[in-house]
Design a protein around this ligand. Structure first.
Ligand code: FES
Length: 327
């Protein structure tokens, strides 16, 4: 991989220039990657934050930060090798060499921890432990009551195992060990009023959403590709072309049937923020001034869509012929 020119990173939106300092196995098919800043202090990151990693192919991938291991000079991410994924994790596992220079995005947090909660229950499966582990360590540091439940395929697949295995506030559950307690079982006995955070595959999150006794206290974060799963329940069928009016630019843009708003705006030369292009990172969140969006993202809950009057232009569409956006 040719090193990226540091000058590319001076623009705030272009990202932060870093060097891969360390890449070590932490569990079966999982590595910890440590990036050192090449341009001064890194922005602070809170538990639940993620960053974009710019791949040499030009693609972007999002990874949660292991914030207990992060500092002003280094960021640490955990990456699971997804052999059948889109190639980002395979590149980071197999080809990214220590010393390589690359660009990462500034931390974003769509999965914020309420540090003042009376009780907190954390549920994680697989690589979903990364933001949940960050929350666990933060609450431990603050002395707040917290219970962690972590599902992994086997003991060898569990990240942060040495720290969590004997911790009195953590329960590790291995699916290879026979019939195991489910996320629904955990939620049934969660303390009333507890804030519940859950990160893992869609099936697990759907189970949590279906069985959460108090949905307003449930916070979930989905992996990439989850928005496509959600898209199946919010079909694009019947959505023909529509117009987006850009209020600040005083421009009308026609979005053709089957096209995304994001792609249409980029093609029209409009400079907008985006990252995952899959409705999972929140980078393209845009305020809707008039009209009714057809939400297809996995970042916000239906309640948040109502309250925030925003939508993700990379995947969401319009239920009407015209949308007015704060662009
Ligand atoms: S670019 Fe990630 S949600 Fe739209």
């Amino acid at each position: 991989m040719a090193p990226l020119a540091i000058s590319e990173a001076r623009d705030e939106t272009a990202g932060l220039a870093v060097r891969l300092e360390r890449s070590v196995p932490i569990a079966t098919d999982a590595r910890l990657l440590e990036f050192a800043s090449l341009q001064g202090p890194l922005p602070p990151a809170t538990p639940g934050s993620h960053i974009d990693v710019h791949l040499p192919s030009g693609g972007l991938r999002q990874y949660s930060l292991v914030t207990p291991l992060c500092s002003a000079t280094r960021y640490v991410i955990a990456v699971k090798r997804e052999a059948t994924g889109r190639g980002g994790s395979v590149w980071l596992h197999d080809e990214a060499r220590v010393g390589a220079e690359l660009l990462i995005g500034r931390p974003r947090n769509n999965f914020e921890l309420d540090e003042t909660a009376e009780q907190t229950v954390l549920l994680a499966a697989g690589i979903g432990i990364t933001p949940i582990y960050a929350m666990f360590e933060r609450l431990q540091q603050l002395g707040r009551p917290v219970r962690l439940h972590y599902w992994s395929r086997s003991a060898e697949h569990a990240l942060f195992r040495e720290r969590l295995e004997r911790h009195p506030d953590a329960t590790l559950i291995h699916s290879s060990g026979g019939r195991a307690v489910s996320a629904s079982d955990v939620l049934k006995v969660a303390p009333p009023g507890a804030e519940i955070y859950c990160c893992g595959p869609s099936r697990m999150l759907d189970q949590c959403i279906a069985s959460a006794p108090r949905p307003q206290h449930l916070h979930v974060e989905r992996f990439a590709n989850a928005a496509k799963d959600l898209g199946a329940s919010e079909p694009q069928d019947g959505v023909t072309g529509f117009t987006v009016h850009l209020a600040r630019k005083k421009r009308d843009i026609e979005v053709a049937a089957g096209e995304t708003i994001l792609n249409t705006l980029i093609a029209a030369g409009i400079d907008v923020a985006y990252s995952c292009e899959e409705g999972v990172c929140g980078a393209c969140e845009t305020t809707v001034l008039e009209g009714t969006p057809l939400h297809r993202d996995a970042v916000r809950s239906p309640e948040e869509h109502q309250q925030r009057k925003t939508f993700m232009i990379c995947c969401s569409l319009s239920r009407e012929k015209r949308l007015v956006l704060d662009i």
